[in-house]
Design a protein around this ligand. Structure first.
Ligand code: ATP
Length: 318
């Protein structure tokens, strides 16, 4: 990093889908979905700093399991910086350091959170001043979940999930997440979903009104039984042990339990913070999953938490 390089740090949240309704496969290969996204306080951070002129985009990562993720063009952080820089015609010289806390390939859209964080960080670092609407359009090109990571809160997504409308909700929700060390591939889970549905007529995805009513009331007792995920059967088919994780969480008093997105993380809604701690402890002791996290939602989307210079001396650059 050059001496006195400017840095911008952005924090971006994980998501859980309170509902994920998956329609038939479209001609372009994607599925029409209706998704109720909910951002929770498990965050990744991206630190963007001035790169050396001509050195290009340099991605580094820290956190559990990052060895499995490439840091070249395949990384969503790289793709986000490139897309923004090309769009705004800016020299693509930037260091991007990702501090990962969102489980990788866990169905919580960690990669998308990183891409959203990168858009916000590079927009500030490069002083582009993109409007929110423009950033969301660029985000949608990178992936359906990237738009939501920018947006945060609780929102209904249609199309591939990228057309967002904020949902009316009240209250704070307490979650327990049971995670696995080994991820599931989103395309494989969708493929398994198509295979299991073969020969069955699948209608257009519909929002669950009872879920939205529970969210408006801010009542976890009403929300819990309405959580639903059309990818769950496919995720369980590929990872049968998830069924036991779900049964275990429910038997310890969760109000609802679902596979998060394409899995393998399982999400449990608790009555309150104390119940969340009890469910987390019991799940952890049960040995049915690799680790357990508690979290609350909704939280904000990708936003700057720090900016300044590295204040480094010339010696640091050698
Ligand atoms: P989603 O819920 O959006 O389907 P996910 O939470 O299941 O995604 P991610 O952690 O977003 O999974 O990563 C999925 C794959 O994307 C990983 O296996 C990895 O190879 C690739 N990937 C690219 N960039 C990143 C990144 N910055 N962080 C994590 N994974 C990344």
């Amino acid at each position: 990093m050059p001496p006195f390089a400017r840095t911008v740090t952005v924090r971006s949240p994980a998501k859980v889908n309170l509902q994920l309704a998956v329609g038939p496969r479209r001609l372009d290969g994607y599925h029409e979905v209706v998704s109720v996204f909910h951002a929770v306080n498990i965050f990744d951070e991206v630190v963007a700093s001035d790169g050396i002129p001509g050195a290009g985009i340099n991605v580094t990562m820290e956190g559990d399991g990052v060895e499995a993720v490439g840091v070249g063009e395949e990384n969503l952080v790289f793709q986000a910086a490139k897309a923004l820089g090309e769009y705004a015609d800016v020299a693509l010289d930037v260091n991007l350091h990702v501090r990962k806390d969102i489980p990788i390939a866990g169905g919580m859209a960690g990669g998308s959170a990183d891409a959203a964080a990168t858009l916000v960080a590079c927009d500030a670092l490069w002083r582009i001043g993109m409007g929110r609407e423009e950033l969301e359009k660029l985000a949608a090109r990178l992936g359906a979940d990237v738009t939501f990571a920018l947006h945060g809160g609780t929102a209904i997504g249609t199309g591939r999930g990228e057309n967002l409308t904020s949902a009316l909700i009240s209250g704070q929700y307490h979650w327990v997440f049971a995670t696995s060390n080994e991820g599931l591939s989103t395309p494989e889970v969708y493929g398994e979903c198509d295979r299991l549905r073969e020969g069955r007529g699948i209608g257009d995805p519909q929002i669950r009104e009872a879920l939205m009513a529970g969210l408006r009331r801010g009542d976890p007792e009403l929300v819990g039984p309405q959580l639903c995920n059309d990818l769950q059967v496919a995720a369980i088919s590929l990872r049968p042990t998830l069924e036991l994780v779900l049964e275990t969480g429910m038997s310890f008093g969760a109000l609802g339990g679902i596979v998060s997105g394409s899995g393998p993380t399982c999400a449990f809604l608790a009555r309150d913070e104390d119940d969340a701690l009890d469910i987390a402890a019991a799940l952890s002791a049960s040995g049915t999953c690799d680790s357990v996290r508690i979290a609350t939602g909704p939280v904000h989307g990708a936003r700057i938490v720090d900016s300044g210079t590295n204040g480094g001396s010339l010696l640091e650059s050698t």
